[in-house]
Design a protein around this ligand. Structure first.
Ligand code: HEC
Length: 461
């Protein structure tokens, strides 16, 4: 996939599995901003085009970093699970769990695990702005700064005729009813019926209410699902075909000219939407987020697909500063001519490293396909890849975790379970199989917990 506006990535659950996320992109936020167009009223009156003069009480450079890198989530009404606002000087002076918010900011922009922002990195100059302001006592400033409007939550979605845009939305908006609940997973389906085969060549989020929207995962399924959203468990999705996903900060996804996701006859699209009410105050909020697809009858040479390499069967012992596994998956004949064009690694909070290598012919010297070392849950970055795979190659995935807790940790979708998955986006798509009468999703196989299908894993030093 070409990453327009940045990001790509998706996280998933396999065996007992659910989806979560990986992403990239907020590093592009400042670039987006340069595209903000001057509003007529802005011209001539006061600061630069498209800007308004604001007094946040913060030095302008600090304010600018927070605006471009943090306020997607830490806005005046925090969204996406963040609980503090990072907009004004007084926001940063508040107490939060025994510390000043600016002290937490100082910690989190340098933290080894839980680094902020979750995707992308602050540059040395941006870190320097915040660090030196805090080092000098986090004083209030009287500056008026030129501030462009906040960037739109989603970029414009382009789908030029004769391709057509399909909008995937639920019949009725989701409504958050109960403030004692923190997480809610909802699923709904949309059927697209086509007379002849088409290719989806771009995918983009339709973001409605960022206060409660946490992430969206897009699947295709065998059976139709109601267009009325209903609570869904993570488990169901192991039987579905993963296409892609979205988390705050990501942009639209454009496929390379060689490939498209196929639609034939009736395609059952399913969205799984994770809502989050971590602040406990969003009862009454509603949302009708979804996805939009650009579908064309001008077929690309290949169908695209998604694969997950790694493991969904491991036990991380308690009180271990470093636990590492190595999983080998040998590619069968069906991988002939497979080209990987993008990848996104995914682990949870205890993950500190994930690398997938290709060993040509099974014994060749390992070449890295996609790796994040050190890995940080809050900085999951998808990236373009250009690799060809061949039957007989071994795909080796190394995953490393720390487990300071007193409990053994295994694979699972909850925040305190763990994952070890590298998502690869590729073409031509490998058809799903039926093994012993049981349908097996191609995308889940390279990290399957079933010994017959899955990888061979062992501990490493
Ligand atoms: C994509 C959304 C997102 C962006 C962008 C983001 N954060 Fe966060 N932040 C979160 C979430 C979710 C949490 C709560 C979970 C956690 O603590 O990791 C959080 C937590 C924090 C906390 C702890 C207090 C709290 O709200 O729970 C601080 C401090 C923080 N972030 C600072 C920053 C700074 C500074 C930036 C920008 C440099 C930033 N964040 C960018 C999502 C984001």
């Amino acid at each position: 996939m070409k990453l327009s506006g940045g990001p790509l990535g998706a996280a998933v659950l396999l065996a007992a599995a659910t989806l979560a996320f990986a992403c990239n992109g907020s590093s592009d936020a400042s670039t987006d901003r340069e595209n903000v167009v001057a509003s007529p009223e802005g011209a001539g009156a006061g600061p630069g085009p498209g800007s308004v003069a604001t007094k946040s009480g913060l030095p302008c450079d600090v304010s600018e970093v927070l605006r471009t890198k943090c306020q997607t989530c830490h806005s005046a009404q925090p969204t996406s699970g963040a609980s503090v606002s990072l907009v004004t000087w007084s926001d940063l002076q508040k107490d939060h769990g025994g510390k000043k918010v600016y002290e937490l900011v100082k910690e989190r922009i340098h933290a080894e695990s839980g680094r902020m922002p979750p995707a992308g990195q602050l540059t040395d100059a941006q870190l320097g702005s915040i660090d030196s302001w805090i080092a000098a006592g986090a004083q209030q400033a009287g500056e008026s700064c030129d501030q462009a409007e906040a960037p739109p939550a989603t970029q414009p979605f382009e789908c030029a005729a004769p391709a057509k845009t399909i909008v995937l939305k639920a019949a009725t908006p989701f409504k958050w009813e109960d403030n004692s609940k923190v997480d809610e997973y909802m699923c709904f389906g949309v059927d697209d019926v086509v007379a002849s085969k088409r290719h989806v060549i771009a995918l983009g989020p339709k973001v409605d209410n960022l206060k409660i929207l946490h992430h969206v995962v897009l699947f295709q399924t065998k059976d139709a699902m109601s267009n009325e959203a209903q609570p869904c468990t993570a488990t169901a999705s192991a039987a579905w075909k993963l296409i892609t996903g979205w988390v705050p900060g990501w942009g639209n996804v454009e496929l390379p000219p060689e490939a498209g996701y196929p639609e034939e006859g009736t395609t059952h699209w399913v969205l799984q939407i994770h809502y989050n009410n971590a602040s406990g105050k969003y009862a009454g909020e509603s949302d009708s987020s979804g996805f939009q697809l650009c579908s064309t009858d001008q077929l690309r040479p290949n169908d695209a697909g998604t694969l997950a390499f790694g493991s969904s069967r491991f036990k991380i012992p308690p009180r271990t500063p470093k636990y590492k596994i190595k999983c080998d998956y040998k590619l069968g004949d069906k991988y002939k001519g497979v080209k990987v064009f993008s990848a996104a690694p995914h682990m949870h909070e205890r993950g500190i490293g994930i690398v997938t290598e290709r060993l040509p012919g099974g014994t060749g010297s390992p070449e890295v396909v996609i790796g994040r070392e050190p890995f940080s849950f809050h900085d999951q970055v998808g990236q373009p890849v250009d690799k060809s795979l061949e039957p007989g190659d071994v795909m080796r995935t190394h995953c490393t975790w720390k487990n300071p807790s007193d409990k053994e940790i295994g694979f699972g979708e909850n925040a305190d379970d763990e994952m070890c998955l590298n998502f690869l986006y590729y073409y031509p798509a490998i058809p799903d199989q039926v093994v012993g009468g049981v349908p097996v999703q191609t995308w889940t196989t390279p990290a399957s917990p079933l010994p017959l299908h899955g990888p061979k894993c062992e501990e490493e030093d």
